[in-house]
Design a protein around this ligand. Structure first.
Ligand SMILES: Cc1ncc(COP(=O)(O)O)c(C=O)c1O
Length: 366
């Protein structure tokens, strides 16, 4: 595909094209960073949504303490971009990953997540002969029911086992209130998130009362951080995808005050019926499971169905003048699973193509 010239507009791009408005993204980064700072909570944005070293670095330059990664491969990309304080908020198992973790430690200061001593022992064995130490954080199950040790005594027992091992530094605890993001009633949402985070903070207090220093208490994502930062005792939040925003965060999670930085530009390629149009983007260009994408500025056009490479639109009477060749800009339903389908962002400033950003972490799943 020929590279579009810098300075061109979105209308000049071949489609489908994943576009990033850098002005909006920078403002989202500034707002999230400021909101955390105002509450005395650190911001450790999750990078799984963008997977780009330069964006992770920009988040740190804007005040983030460090970054959160879903995969060791993402941490390697962020370390190569110069970021050192990297939480891998996922469990790292197996000899290949132990070797890579030791290599990563030479250029960064990663924290790995554990919920069982059998994950910690190999880290200790890998680091002991190196003379280096690896930070470890315990994931506490605060209700999500995914991974995690139960709060209280079980977490204390694992922390005490970890602290006795060589080559390991116990860094603290984390929990993710991901099961509470879509509670519609804001008062109920706040109550339930605070109850879940109480379990985390109470566990920290129990550890410290038993002589286990617990410097990090990490939690939250984009769909909850605006509430979670108000909970006393939390030291950091992991909200990441909100720098892009999407339909899920805005409508299902009630995230307020941030702009849509990420859009997918598409072209109408068929008009088989007055109330139906087809665009050149389907499930291989955007995700529909988490929430249905929306057409920017066109409430009279809805995505009705996606097949692999066809997007089927339902047109209200006011939209039926839509023609073959017309372009439509789509706000992703869920940014994370949309970005993972693309090779690059077309990045715009003031409406002009400023750069093409390769999505470095795409396909890097180990
Ligand atoms: C451990 C963890 N933290 C935070 C998040 C939230 O990420 P984001 O803010 O990008 O929605 C997730 C999302 O799945 C997660 O698994």
């Amino acid at each position: 595909m020929p590279t579009p010239p810098l300075g061109c507009s979105k209308d000049d791009l071949d489609t489908p094209a994943l576009c990033l408005d850098l002005d909006v993204m920078d403002e989202n980064i500034r707002l999230i960073s400021a909101a955390c700072r105002a509450k005395g909570v650190n911001w450790r944005p999750h990078v799984k949504g963008h997977k780009v070293g330069s964006i992770g670095k920009a988040e740190v330059d804007a005040g983030a303490l460090g970054l959160t990664c879903a995969k060791l491969a993402e941490a390697e990309i962020m370390a190569a971009a110069g970021v050192k304080d990297l939480l891998i908020a996922n469990i790292v198992v197996g000899p290949h990953k132990m070797a890579r973790l030791v290599e990563l430690r030479k250029i960064a200061d990663p924290i790995v997540t554990v919920d069982h001593i059998d994950q910690v022992l190999p880290v200790s064995r890998a680091f002991q002969p190196t003379g280096m130490s690896c930070r470890v954080i315990i994931e506490v199950d605060i209700g999500l029911g995914r991974v995690g040790v139960l709060p209280g005594e079980p977490t204390l027992q694992l922390a005490q086992q970890i602290r006795a091992l060589p080559g390991i530094t116990f860094a603290g605890i984390m929990g993710y209130e991901g099961h509470l993001l879509t509670i519609a009633d804001p008062v109920e949402k706040q109550t339930q998130i605070h109850e879940a985070l109480d379990r985390l903070v109470t566990t920290k207090q129990m550890l410290e009362a038993n002589g286990c220093a617990c410097p990090i208490v990490s939690c939250a994502g984009s769909g909850s951080y605006q509430i979670s930062i108000t909970h006393p005792g939390i030291t950091e939040v992991q909200a990441g995808g909100a720098i892009f925003m999407d339909v899920f965060y805005r409508e299902k999670c009630g995230v307020q005050g941030l702009g849509n930085a990420l859009t997918l530009v598409t072209t109408v390629n068929s008009r088989p019926a007055p109330d139906r149009a087809i665009i050149d983007a389907g499930r291989k260009s955007m995700n529909i499971e988490v929430d249905v994408p929306q057409i920017k500025g066109r409430p009279d056009i809805a995505i009705e169905r996606l097949s692999a490479e066809h997007g089927q639109l339902k047109l209200q009477p006011s939209a039926q003048s839509l023609k073959i060749g017309d372009r439509l800009e789509i706000i992703p339903g869920y940014e994370d699973l949309t970005v993972a389908l693309h090779d690059q962002f077309y990045a715009f400033r003031s409406g002009k193509l400023a750069k093409i950003i390769p999505i470095e972490g795409r396909g890097k799943l180990t």
